[in-house]
Design a protein around this ligand. Structure first.
Ligand code: ATP
Length: 216
């Protein structure tokens, strides 16, 4: 079990705090707003009304012993900056900040955030990718160049083994799994034969994934 502190319980902070707790993690939630603390109290390990801009308050709460901090104060950059600096000074091993735009993201990264996420951008990019390619059923961006896509197997691949299709050499993608109905076969071997309605889980760069998507 890892210990997390989530600071700022707007929609994002509330969701991530409750989800981490549901997944069995230890979660300390902090917000200046009493109402949101009351709302989250039953869904985290501990919920505290406090101003995270004050480093002594954070120390008093034992935040320095957390493995990971999530700063989810999007609309107040000054608060987000001060809180991130405090967490850095407390030596938290992993600091993740949520923000609204690239400029804020750059500032927070320079201050020591290990990862800065802009949830609206992530969701918009993912939705656009899925919309522009109807046979992509799910997509996870791993970096600017690489991702994991789930897509229906091209019709002409059905009945052939992965060895025959030679997918890695021809398309430059890795088949990391194949799903049929509710069963997922992870890392299928070369003799695996693709069936009608198989869903392929592919890892590769976007150009290579695009080639598979267009394969007939
Ligand atoms: P959402 O996730 O809903 O988009 P947001 O990114 O717009 O939220 P805000 O609404 O600005 O973020 O702030 C989220 C929460 O952070 C609020 O509940 C606010 O009370 C809390 N917050 C702001 N400053 C501090 C602070 N210094 N210490 C603790 N909590 C704070």
């Amino acid at each position: 079990m890892k210990s997390y502190v989530v600071i700022g319980l707007g929609r994002f902070g509330t969701r991530i705090a409750a989800k981490l707790y549901e997944l069995g993690e230890d979660v300390l939630a902090i917000d200046t707003n009493e109402a949101v603390i009351n709302d989250i109290a039953d869904n985290v390990s501990k919920a505290v009304i406090a101003d995270a801009k004050d480093i002594d308050v954070l120390k008093g709460l034992g935040v320095q012993s957390c493995d990971c901090a999530i700063v989810a104060i999007g609309s107040d950059l000054a608060a987000s900056v001060l809180v991130t600096m405090n967490l850095k000074n407390l030596g938290i091993p992993q600091i993740i900040c949520k923000t609204y735009d690239e400029t804020h993201s750059e500032i927070l990264r320079k201050l020591g955030a290990d990862k800065v996420i802009i949830p609206e951008h992530i969701m918009a990019d993912k939705t656009a990718r899925i919309l522009s390619a109807p046979n992509i059923l799910e997509h996870i961006e791993l970096s600017e160049d690489y991702g994991i896509s789930e897509l229906s197997a091209p019709k002409t691949w059905v009945g052939h083994s992965l060895r025959e299709l030679n997918i890695r050499a021809k398309f430059g993608v890795f088949i990391i799994g194949v799903r049929m109905n509710d069963q997922t076969k992870i890392s299928p071997d070369a003799d695996y034969i693709i069936e009608k309605d198989s869903v392929l889980i592919l890892l590769g760069d976007y150009n290579s994934l695009e080639k598979v998507r267009n394969a007939k």
